[in-house]
Design a protein around this ligand. Structure first.
Ligand SMILES: NC(=O)c1ccc[n+]([C@@H]2O[C@H](COP(=O)([O-])OP(=O)(O)OC[C@H]3O[C@@H](n4cnc5c(N)ncnc54)[C@H](O)[C@@H]3O)[C@@H](O)[C@H]2O)c1
Length: 379
C-alpha cells in the first residue's frame, strides 16, 4: 500500500515515541507536527526531519490523511473534532475524551462523515496481551470467572516534566492508567455490564519533585485511589485498583482466574512481558510470546532493564485497515466503551450505587502471528 501521511498535534513527552514509530514504517509517515507552543513543534520538527506548521495549515493539507492527537487530555475532544470536521481520520492518545458524552459526540461525528476514529491504548496489540487472549480463547483456563487488576504507583509529580494535568479534571489514575488494563480485559473477556466502586483522595495538594516545576504545588481535583469491581457480561467478576497513593506493593498488574487454572498477564502499559499460566493449582508455566509481533524489548527502562514499547501499532493497523476496508482494532467503539467503564467507576463511588453501562462492543480481532507491522498488511 502507499504510505499514509500523518499530522501530529501535541509535541510533548510522548511525541518522540510516535515520531520514532513513524520514521521506521512502510505503512505510515509523519509529514508535519504542530503544537499550541510553536517552539515545541519547531524543536520536534528539527529533531525528526518533518515540518512544523500551524494546526490550520495541517488540516488544510490534502496529503495528511490521519491526525494523531497527542495533546493533553483536556484538549483531546476539541482537537479530534476539528480534524474530523476537516475530513481527516483521527487517532488519539488516551483518554479518548475526558467525558463519556464528549466521546459519544466524537464517534457520532466520525460515523456521520464515514471517517475512522481510533484511540490508545494500543498496547493490547502487543505480544504479551495477544498471547493471553489466545490462551483464553483456546480454553486453557476453562471459563474465566474472575480476575484482579492493580495499577498502583506513588504518582506522576516525581517524574513527569508537566504533571499538572494528571491531577485536574480529566486526569486521575483511572483515566490515565486504568484504560490500559480495562482495554486488555475487554479484549480478552468482552464488554462490562456494570460496575461498583469506592474512590478517595490520598492528599489534597502534592509537591512536584521533577525538575522543571520542582517545589511547586498542585491541587488535586480528582480521586487518586479507586477500588472497584468490574462485572463482565460473560459473568467474570474482576476486582480493580488504580492508585497514585501507593509507594510499594506486591500485586500483579492483571491476574485472570478460570475454572481450570489461572493466568498472569504482563503490565498492560507495555507490549511484551512475561506470561504465565497454571493448570488448576499446579506450578506456574512460562509461555513463549515470540511468535507474536510487538513483544521484543526495544526501550531502556532503567537499571539495565528494557521494555517493549511499540506505540503507533494501533496507527499501523488503522492505516492498513483504511486501505483494505476492514475494521481496525483500537477503534472508537472499544475506546467509547472503555471510557464509559472508567467514568462509571467514579460515578459509582460519588453516587454510591451500581452503574450499568449503556454501551457494549465487539472484542477486536486477534493480531496474526509474524513480525512487526507487516502482519497488518496481509489481512
Ligand atoms: N508521557 C507518557 O509517557 C504518555 C504515555 C502514554 C500516553 N500519554 C498520553 O499522551 C498525551 C500527551 O502526554 P504527554 O506526556 O506528551 O504530555 P505533555 O504535556 O508533555 O505534552 C502535551 C503537548 O500538547 C500541547 N498542547 C496542549 N494543548 C494543545 C492544543 N490545544 N493544541 C495543540 N497542542 C496542544 C502542549 O503544548 C504539549 O506540548 C496525554 O493524553 C497522555 O495521557 C502519555
Amino acid at each position: 500500500m502507499k504510505q499514509m501521511k500523518l499530522g501530529v498535534v501535541g509535541c510533548g513527552n510522548i511525541s518522540d515515541a510516535y515520531l520514532r514509530g513513524g520514521a521506521n514504517s512502510k505503512i505510515v509517515a509523519v509529514k508535519s507536527v504542530t503544537d499550541i507552543n510553536p517552539d515545541s513543534a519547531k524543536t520536534k520538527a528539527e529533531t525528526h526531519g518533518v515540518s512544523a506548521v500551524t494546526y490550520d495549515e495541517m488540516l488544510a493539507d490534502p496529503d495528511v490523511q490521519i491526525i494523531i492527537n497527542l495533546t493533553v487530555p483536556q484538549a483531546h475532544a476539541e482537537i479530534s473534532k476539528l480534524a474530523l470536521q476537516a475530513g481527516k481520520h483521527v487517532y488519539s492518545e488516551k483518554p479518548f475524551a475526558v467525558t463519556f458524552s464528549e466521546a459519544q459526540e466524537l464517534v457520532r461525528v466520525a460515523d456521520d462523515r464515514k471517517l475512522r476514529i481510533g484511540s490508545a491504548p494500543d498496547t493490547f496489540l502487543g505480544a504479551g496481551h495477544q498471547t493471553v487472549r489466545k490462551l483464553i480463547d483456546e480454553g486453557r483456563i476453562g471459563t474465566v470467572t474472575g480476575g484482579a487488576v492493580t495499577f498502583a504507583t506513588p504518582g506522576m509529580e516525581m517524574w513527569h516534566p508537566n504533571p499538572f494535568f494528571f491531577f485536574q479534571k480529566g486526569g486521575g489514575p483511572v483515566l490515565d492508567i486504568g484504560c490500559y488494563p480495562i482495554t486488555q480485559l475487554v479484549n480478552c473477556l468482552g464488554p462490562v455490564r456494570s460496575v461498583v466502586a469506592h474512590a478517595s483522595k490520598g492528599q489534597e495538594k502534592r509537591t512536584i519533585t521533577s525538575d522543571l516545576h520542582k517545589g511547586e504545588q498542585v491541587t488535586v481535583e480528582v480521586p487518586t485511589t479507586v477500588n472497584g469491581i468490574l462485572d463482565f457480561a460473560n459473568g467474570a467478576n474482576v476486582s480493580f485498583t488504580a492508585s497514585w497513593d501507593i509507594w510499594k506493593h506486591q500485586r500483579k498488574p492483571i491476574e485472570l482466574y478460570g475454572t481450570e487454572g489461572s493466568i498472569l498477564n504482563p503490565d498492560p502499559n507495555f507490549f511484551g512481558g512475561a506470561v504465565k499460566i497454571s493448570a488448576r493449582n499446579g506450578d506456574w508455566e512460562a509461555i513463549d510470546i515470540s511468535t507474536q509481533p510487538f513483544g521484543k524489548p526495544n526501550q531502556p527502562a532503567g537499571e539495565g532493564r528494557e521494555v517493549a514499547n511499540y506505540r503507533m501499532a494501533g496507527v499501523y493497523d488503522m492505516a492498513a485497515a483504511i486501505n483494505s476496508g476492514r475494521s481496525h482494532r483500537a477503534n472508537g467503539g472499544l475506546a467509547l466503551h472503555v471510557l464509559e467503564i472508567m467514568e462509571s467507576l467514579e460515578r459509582a463511588s460519588s453516587e454510591n450505587r451500581r452503574i450499568y453501562t449503556e454501551t457494549s462492543c465487539e472484542r477486536p480481532a486477534t493480531v496474526p502471528q509474524g513480525e512487526g507491522e507487516e502482519v497488518f498488511l496481509a489481512e
